[in-house]
Design a protein around this ligand. Structure first.
Ligand code: KIV
Length: 277
C-alpha cells in the first residue's frame, strides 16, 4: 500500500471563488474538485478541504441509476444543488445545466441558469460544448453568472458520439478542441473541464489558456482534477475506466457494517441495555 501525505482538515473557511481558482492557476497550485449531490456527503467533502464541489449531472447515473446523464431534469438538479449548498462553507459550488435546459436557445439557457442560482444558491453553472454554445455562455455571463465550460467527452452528446472512448485523438478533432477552448475563454468562462482526451493535448490546451483547466481522464498537466465522488470512494464498482483511482472501498466498508448489523439483530445483540431506555 502506498503512503501519501494527508491534507490537513480545513480550519480556514475563507470561501473559494472563481478568482481564487484563477490565483491557484497562476501560483501553480492544483485545484481539487469532486462531485456532490447530497447534504451529508457535501459537508464531509467541504470540511476535508475540496476546492470545488460539482453538482454534476452524473447524479443521473450514480443517484438515480440511469444509464446516461440525459434523463435528469432541471428540477432534479436544483434539488441536489439545494442540498449541497446548505452543507458548504468553503468550496465553490458549480451546478451542471442538464441536457435540454440550455441547448434550445440562449434565452432558455439564461432562464435555466437563473433558476439554478436563485433557487439553489449555487455559485456558478457548467455546460457542455464548444463553438456552438459560445453565444449561450456570453448571454449567461452577461447576467452575472459565472460559467464553467466542458470539452472532450461530453456525456450529454453520447448518442452522437456512440461511444465513451477517448476524444480528440485525431488531429481534426484536436484542432477543433483547441479552438473551442480559446473561444470559451474569450466568451468569459472562468474554467474548463477537459474530459477523456490525450494528456499531451490537455497539457497544450492548459498552457495556452489563462483560465484553469480541470481534467478527468486528461492527464496530470491540467490545472486541477475532478472525479465523481462515488467512483473515487469505491461506492460504484462496475465503472472502471483507466482514469478512476479508488481512494477507498466504501462498498466493502458498507457491506461489512450492514452484515454486522444484521447479525447483531438476529442474535439480539443490538440494542444493548446502554442503547435502550
Ligand atoms: O457530471 C459530472 O459528474 C461531470 C464530471 C465528470 C466532470 O460533468
Amino acid at each position: 500500500m502506498s503512503t501519501r501525505t494527508v491534507a490537513a482538515p480545513v480550519v480556514d473557511v475563507k470561501r473559494v471563488t472563481t478568482q481564487s481558482l484563477q490565483e491557484m492557476k497562476a501560483a501553480g497550485i492544483p485545484i481539487a474538485m469532486l462531485t456532490a449531490y447530497d447534504y451529508t456527503t457535501a459537508r464531509i467533502l467541504d470540511r476535508a478541504g475540496v476546492d470545488v464541489l460539482l453538482v454534476g449531472d452524473s447524479a443521473s447515473n450514480v443517484m438515480a441509476g440511469h444509464e446516461t446523464t440525459l434523463p435528469i431534469t432541471l428540477d432534479h438538479m436544483i434539488y441536489h444543488a439545494q442540498c449541497v449548498v446548505r452543507a458548504v462553507q468553503r468550496a465553490l459550488v458549480v451546478v451542471d445545466l442538464p441536457f435540454g435546459s440550455y441547448q434550445g436557445n440562449s434565452k432558455e439557457a439564461l432562464i435555466s441558469a437563473i433558476r439554478v442560482m436563485k433557487e439553489a444558491g449555487a455559485h456558478a453553472v457548467k455546460l457542455e460544448g464548444g463553438e456552438a454554445v459560445v453565444p449561450t455562455v456570453e448571454r449567461i455571463i452577461t447576467a452575472g453568472i459565472p460559467v464553467m465550460g466542458h470539452l472532450g467527452l461530453t456525456p450529454q452528446s453520447i448518442y452522437r458520439f456512440g461511444t465513451y472512448k477517448v476524444r480528440a485523438r485525431d488531429e481534426q478533432e484536436a484542432e477543433q478542441l483547441r479552438r473551442d477552448a480559446l473561444l470559451l475563454q474569450q466568451a468569459g468562462c472562468f474554467a474548463l473541464v477537459l474530459e477523456k482526451i490525450p494528456a499531451v493535448l490537455a497539457a497544450e490546451v492548459t498552457a495556452s489558456l489563462s483560465i484553469p483547466t480541470i481534467g478527468i481522464g486528461a492527464g496530470v498537466h491540467c490545472d486541477g482534477q475532478v472525479l465523481v465522488t462515488h467512483d473515487a470512494l469505491g461506492l460504484t464498482t462496475d465503472f472502471n475506466p483507466r482514469f478512476v483511482r479508488r481512494y477507498a472501498r466504501l462498498d466493502q466498508v458498507i457491506t461489512d457494517a450492514v452484515q454486522a448489523y444484521i447479525q447483531d439483530v438476529r442474535d439480539r445483540a443490538f440494542p444493548s441495555d446502554e442503547e435502550s431506555y
